[in-house]
Write a protein of this length. Sequence first.
Length: 248
Amino acid sequence: MKLLSGKTALVTGASRGIGHAIAQKFAEQGANVAFTYLSSAEKAEALEKELAQHGITAKGYRSDASDFAAAEQLISSVVADFGSLDVLVNNAGITQDTLLMRMNEEMWDKVIDVNLKSVYNTVKSALRTFLKQKSGSIINLTSVVGIKGNAGQANYAASKAGIIGFTKSVALELGSRNIRSNAIAPGFIETEMTDKLDEKTVQSWRDAIPLKRGGQPEDVADCALFLASDLSTYITGQVLQVDGGMLT
Ligand code: NAP
C-alpha cells in the first residue's frame, strides 16, 4: 500500500532541487501532484511527464509565489482540476545574500515576499478547502538558518524564522479542525541554491555536520513524505530538522 494513495498534493517551486524531489517522492507514493514553477518552464514540462509515469495525475502551474492574487487563482485551479487538496508544501524560496551593510531595501523585500509572504498567500487561499474537508497537512520549508541566524543572510534568516512563527500559530489555530501545520528545517542540502556558494563556505558547512556529508534533496523529501502521510497524524506545530546533526 502506497503512503499517499488517493491524496492530492501541491508543491510550490518543484522545477528544481528539493521541491522536485518532493514531487517525485509523492508521486511514487501514489499522490496526485500539482506543482508550481516560475522560470523553468522546460524543466516543469519534463517533470509533469515524469510524474505521470507513476500512474497518477500531475500538472504544473506557472505561478509567482510572492503574488497573493496568483495564489488564490492557483488554489482554485488546483481544486477545480484535481477535486481536492490534502497536502500543501510551501517550498519555493530564494536567497539574495550579502552583509546587512550592503543589503538594500529591494533585496530585503524580495526575499521576504518570495519566502515568507508566499506561505501566507497559499495557506490563506487553501484554508476554505481544508476547513470544508476537515483535514489538511501544511508543510513549510524553513531552514536551520531561521533558527540560528547566519551572517550575510539577514533577509533569508528573517524570512525563515517568520515561517516558524507562522507554522506554529497556524497549528494552534487549526488543530481542532484536523488541519496540521509543520515545518522542515534543512541544513546544507546540495542543490542549485547551494551551488552558488564558494568552496570555502561549503567546506565550513560540511565541517560542521556530524554526519560528514551534505544532504541530498531526497533526504528532505523523505521527511516531507512522513509529514504528508498518515504516519504523522498526531504531529503538528513542529519543526523537523533535516541537517545531518548540524544544529544539535
Ligand atoms: P532551488 O534549487 O534554488 O529551487 C528553488 C525553486 O523555487 C525552483 O523550483 C524555483 O522555480 C522556485 N521559485 C523561486 N522563486 C519562485 C517564485 N517567486 N515563485 C514560484 N517559484 C519560485 O532551491 P532549493 O535548494 O531546492 O530550496 C528549496 C527550499 O528549501 C527553499 O525554500 C529553501 O529556502 C529551502 N532550503 C534549502 C536549503 C539548501 O541547502 N538547499 C537549506 C535550507 C532550506 P524556477 O526554477 O521555475 O524559477
